[in-house]
Ligand binder design. Structure first.
Ligand code: ATP
Ligand code: ZN
Ligand code: MG
Length: 530
């Protein structure tokens, strides 16, 4: 990388003839400061020319490995030190006409912040920047900008496929032929166990809740609690800042649900709108928007974000590690657009989110314990056809630069997905017949670093998390084993026999169809015989 640009220095007073000698000396110092730590001024930075007019001093500089924003700050600090003796202060600096030349033809030419233009020629890319104020030079936006270009480049190169998918393990074939080939999403709706509330949202009647809870409770008692995880309650509405730190706001903004607070608490200020609704019985969203603040929150997305926030800025010692918590206190929200389907891909879903924090070996060990417990849960407790796969992105950001993930190492950051066969979608040989129901991730320092979660003796801390989506587990379970409890595994039957089912909802007009009403009657009878 090579850079050049003009550093405009605003001084506290005009430079006079008498100051010239001192100024020349000061500029020699600047030269030394720019080359400091490098083998030559070409490798670090140098002043190519300079001029002054009134109280403005302009330096044309060129840099090699020293980034031009850092060079500009060196100019300022050096001038401050040497002009102080002549009672000339430095009011501020600004970098103008900066040109950054990077190796390779960067394939992106989007509208990037601070970029005036991008030019590509002969294997090099010239990035012309808008002028950078001192606070931009300090932040440092240029570093971030270069990283962003790197990431975009990596995404353009490897982004076609979203992630590696490598089979780790699969269960034996258990249902040949399948016990059930119906679509449980349809049965649950038809029998009136659930009713569509709005796009991607359902109301789960007590009977549906009973089944969802059975899945969740079994998971907690067989997997989570025996491993020593303790329950916490996490907030479900997050300030934007949390999403900036976790990276979700950049990576998954297209599927997040945002929310706004009212502009005022004064009800009379809404009068025009409330009168309109009174008269017309309509609530026009665009009108409502005028009474709301801009979105300052997003709804629970990954569900583990508040955990990192809680330990943010804290120091932990060995006695408190590893920390093992879980949250199941409320829903997660995702805008899945065209992908929405039944209960298995919804906007509002319920998940048990398991999170842990510790030294790398503790985080890996906890993941391994969970992995074994999940395997037992799928294979013995629920006795289903399952598979586990290692999924990692094709590239990831490593110390500021996007790197390709060449091979997988299960003890490094990455994710294991659990998938269950859903026969209603096709034979088990087909990729589309598998539904991801949960996963376990090791994040490395992805969250401990931005949230500044630290160890008192400076050891590295990692985190991990695992999400158990209740709707997905229930749908996949029913898809394999059907609705007849005679075909359900003993652990679940035991659980249900200790917790008798609630009475179903029945109204003259609900469930809607005759077939649905019969389905419900049959289902209740079946459940009663457990
Ligand atoms: P997918 O690739 O199927 O969209 P994901 O990778 O987005 O899943 P995660 O972000 O890892 O899912 O969330 C963890 C778990 O939360 C999933 O394994 C699943 O059980 C559940 N989940 C995620 N999105 C939804 C959704 N839209 N509806 C229901 N459950 C979901
Ligand atoms: Zn998580
Ligand atoms: Mg998803």
């Amino acid at each position: 990388m090579k850079c050049r640009g003009t550093v405009r220095v605003e001084l506290s007073r005009d430079v006079t003839r008498d100051d010239l000698e001192a100024l020349e000396k000061a500029l020699k110092e600047v030269g030394l400061a720019l080359a400091k730590g490098f083998r030559s001024p070409e490798e670090g930075g140098r002043v190519v020319s300079w001029e002054h007019a009134g109280r403005v001093l302009s330096l044309n500089i060129e840099t090699g490995r020293l980034r031009i924003d850092e060079a500009s700050m060196r100019v300022k600090n050096s001038l401050e030190a040497s002009l102080g003796a002549r009672r000339i202060g430095v009011r501020g600096i600004r970098l103008e006409d900066a040109l950054v030349e990077v190796e390779g033809e960067v394939r992106v030419d989007t509208k990037l912040p601070y970029v005036e233009s991008i030019e590509k020629s002969q294997g090099r890319t010239l990035i012309r920047l808008k002028s950078l104020e001192e606070r931009d030079l300090k932040r440092p936006v240029l570093l971030k900008l270069l990283r962003l270009l790197d990431e975009k480049e990596a995404r353009a190169r490897w982004g076609g496929k979203a992630e590696h998918w490598q089979l780790l393990k699969r269960s034996r074939i258990k249902f040949d032929p399948p016990l059930f080939t119906g679509d449980p999403n349809k049965v649950l709706e038809e029998a009136g166990l659930v009713k569509r509330f709005s796009i991607g949202q359902w109301l789960y009647t007590p009977l549906a809740t009973y089944l969802l809870n059975a899945m969740r409770e079994l998971f907690l008692s067989e997997v989570v609690l025996p491993l020593g995880f303790r329950e916490a309650i996490f907030p479900k509405m997050y300030p934007l800042e949390i999403g900036l730190k976790t990276g979700h706001l950049r990576g998954t903004i297209n599927s997040m649900v945002f929310c706004s607070l009212p502009k005022t608490y004064e009800i009379s200020e809404f009068e025009e709108l409330t009168d309109y609704m009174y008269v017309t019985d309509e609530a026009p969203p665009e009108e409502l928007a005028r009474y709301l603040r801009h979105p300052e929150y997003f709804l629970c997305y990954a569900q583990c974000e508040p955990f990192y926030w809680f330990f943010g800025g804290e120091l932990l010692d060995d006695s408190s590690l590893p920390v093992k918590w879980f949250d199941r206190s409320g829903p997660s929200f995702r805008w899945e657009s065209g992908g929405l389907y039944g209960l298995e891909r919804v906007i509002e879903f319920h998940r048990v989110e398991v999170v842990w924090l510790g030294k790398p070996e503790q985080v890996v060990e906890t993941r391994n314990e969970l992995l074994r417990a999940y395997e037992r849960f799928m294979d013995e407790i629920l006795d289903l056809e399952w598979r586990a796969a290692w999924v990692t992105p094709w590239y990831y950001e490593q110390s500021g630069a996007a790197e390709r993930v060449e091979e997988f190492d299960i003890d490094k950051p990455g994710t294991i997905d659990f998938e269950l066969w859903v026969p209603y979608r096709g034979p088990r040989e087909e990729q589309k017949a598998w539904l991801e129901v949960g996963n376990i991730s090791i994040h490395g320092t992805k969250f401990t670093s931005p949230f500044r979660i630290r160890h008192n003796r400076g050891e590295t801390l990692w985190t991990g998390c695992s999400g158990f989506g209740a709707q997905r587990w229930l749908v996949a379970f029913l898809a394999q084993r059907g609705f007849d409890p005679d075909n359900w595994p003993p652990a679940l039957r035991d659980f249900l026999s200790r917790n008798p089912p609630p009475e179903p909802v029945s109204a003259v007009t609900y469930p809607k169809t005759q077939a649905g009403r019969e389905e419900l009657r049959r289902l209740v009878e079946l459940l009663k015989k457990v």
